[in-house]
Structure formats: C-alpha cells, structure tokens
Design a protein. Structure first.
Length: 140
C-alpha cells in the first residue's frame, strides 16, 4: 500500500513538472512580435512601399504579422512565434531590397534603411549609442 502511494506521488510530481515545462515553452512571443513590428516600421520608413520588389516583401511581412496577431489571440503561441519571426525576416528583406535599389551599400548615413531600424531601437539615446549597439539584421 505504501509503494502504491509513493508511485502516485511520483507520477503527480512528474505531471506537475511536465506541465510547468510545457507552460514555459509555450509562452507568448512578445519579443518576436515587437521585433516584427519594428522591422516593418523600419521598412516603411526606408521607402519599401515605393519599390516593387520590396513592396511585395513588405506586404508579405504585414500579412504574416496579422496572422501572428490572430494566432496570439487564439493562444496558439508556436504559430504566432513562427509567423512573427517570418514577418521580421520579410521586413528585413524589404529593407535590403530597398537599399539595393537605391544604390546604398551600407555605412551610417541617415538615409541608410538599415540605420532606420537602429534609430527605431535607440530613439531615447544619443547618435553614438546607435553605433555602439547596432541592431542585428540577420535575415535567417
């Protein structure tokens, strides 16, 4: 009888641990959603809507963000995270396509679209802070 009670206690503890683990893994993708919104805003500020190739990528990013928001409302966090990351990547692609079409090769010019995202993330800090802490534009 004591062994059966111990087994039930162990199963209960294991189930509790598993539940906590699953809850931790399935948290809302707050950071990913924010990253996607900022990347889309930076693409818009860079003029992606005026470039045919970049405009298509920007539209795709906005569609993916809408899908992520709907998944988030349904508490489908994995799908929301997946779509938010994809939206960010498409927005970054739009920024890069805009830069290529405008003949930009990089640097810290204020008209550089990739700098727009750095400025978005460092509005409260000085101009040197954006250079010291640039936003990584890793596309994949």
């Amino acid at each position: 009888m004591g062994t059966q009670l111990q087994q039930r206690a162990m199963v209960s503890v294991a189930m509790l641990f598993l539940g906590m683990l699953l809850t931790a893994c399935a948290s809302a993708p707050v950071q990913e959603m924010s990253d996607a919104r900022q990347a889309i805003r930076a693409a818009q500020n860079a003029g992606a809507a005026q470039n045919q190739s970049a405009a298509a990528q920007l539209q795709n990013a906005q569609t993916l963000l809408t899908s992520a928001e709907q998944s988030l409302q349904r508490r489908q966090y994995r799908a929301a995270r997946r779509d938010a990351v994809a939206a960010r990547n498409r927005a970054v692609d739009a920024i890069q396509a805009t830069a290529q079409m405008n003949g930009k090769t990089g640097g810290t010019s204020s008209s550089n679209p990739s700098s727009a995202m750095s400025r978005e993330n460092s509005q409260a800090s000085g101009p040197n802070d954006a250079k010291a802490n640039p936003v990584a534009l890793n596309t994949r």
